[in-house]
Write a protein that binds this ligand. Structure first.
Ligand SMILES: C[S@@+](CC[C@H](N)C(=O)[O-])C[C@H]1O[C@@H](n2cnc3c(N)ncnc32)[C@H](O)[C@@H]1O
Length: 275
């Protein structure tokens, strides 16, 4: 199993190679570099889609108060949340990501703060200090034991009545029984070896070769137990396209029966309320 320091080094390397692309990839890596304006527009679009879904589903989630964007990268979503919340804090494991986020922040966003936290927990934040926590395409790149610690910390730092919206893939869905067998074999290989094998087998995506970001799943049953033990009510679960190669902030919400037929990762987004 990789150590926490290995994850940290990998994200520093990713950020140095190309912070924007390692945060949000698409199948067009080779031909289209990220345009900064489009990149931040993709953050605004994602938050608009989230708010629309919350409204359509009649979820009683207010978008005001103090928010945390966990795994903020270059601040794509932090900036978007900054238009609604009085205070937003973006936290990331990588110092390079945080300095890119600060560099890209327009001067008029006085309500946004970025914090470097190269630590497997959120001890830096006080209990009951946030109204809202959001994290998309982050927990999937974190080892299971640390995912659990961060979720416990989300529960601790959120005020009673506050909301935590987090995406974390639950399982891999295969196209066929043979695909499932191949997947099971590949899964037991160490990540670096697995990556080389995927490239050899024809997955020649340059993003896959350039950036290190291991995918880790966590079964829904584990999140349900964790929620119960940490004063979190699972108010709602939707299944997103966050793990799909063409995601790019175009957040789609599906039901379980729709999502479970699509090969790739089953990617629940949990809407948790602290009681
Ligand atoms: C795929 S990027 C997503 C960034 C951002 N959420 C977005 O959607 O634009 C994943 C981010 O999570 C950060 N990250 C990975 N492990 C982390 C950890 N243990 N604590 C905080 N941030 C972490 C990485 O440095 C990277 O910036």
């Amino acid at each position: 199993m990789k150590t926490f320091d290995t994850y940290l080094e990998e994200w520093e390397k990713n950020a140095k190679k190309d912070a924007y692309w390692s945060v949000l990839s698409s199948p067009h890596y080779e031909t289209t570099p990220w345009d900064k304006e489009k990149f931040f527009q993709a953050g605004k679009h994602e938050i608009q889609l989230l708010q629309q879904y919350v409204a359509d589903s009649k979820l009683p989630i207010p978008f005001h108060g103090k928010a945390l964007d966990f795994g903020c990268g270059t601040g794509r979503l932090t900036q978007a949340l900054g238009s609604f919340f009085q205070e937003v804090c973006g936290v990331d494991i990588s110092a390079q990501m945080i300095s890119s986020a600060q560099e890209a922040l327009p001067e008029d966003y006085q309500n946004i703060k970025f914090i470097h936290n190269p630590s497997p927990n959120l001890k830096l934040f006080k209990d009951n200090s946030f109204d809202f926590v959001y994290s998309n395409i982050v927990l999937q790149h974190i080892a299971n034991n640390h995912q659990m610690q961060y979720i416990k910390d989300f529960a601790r730092i959120t005020k009673p009545g506050g909301w935590i919206i987090i995406q974390l893939p639950a399982e891999r869905i295969y196209r066929s029984a043979l695909g499932k067998l191949k997947g099971a074999i590949v899964n037991v290989l160490p990540y670096r070896f697995k990556k080389k094998l995927l490239v050899l087998l024809g997955n020649r995506s340059r993003a896959l070769r350039e950036f290190d970001s291991e995918m880790n799943t966590c079964p829904e049953s584990r999140i349900k137990r964790l929620a119960k033990d940490n004063r979190l009510e699972i108010h709602h679960i939707a299944y997103t396209n966050s793990c799909e190669p063409d995601f790019c902030g175009n957040l789609i919400f599906r039901t379980y029966s729709e999502a479970s037929c699509i090969p790739g990762y089953l990617s629940p987004m949990y809407f948790l309320r602290k009681y």
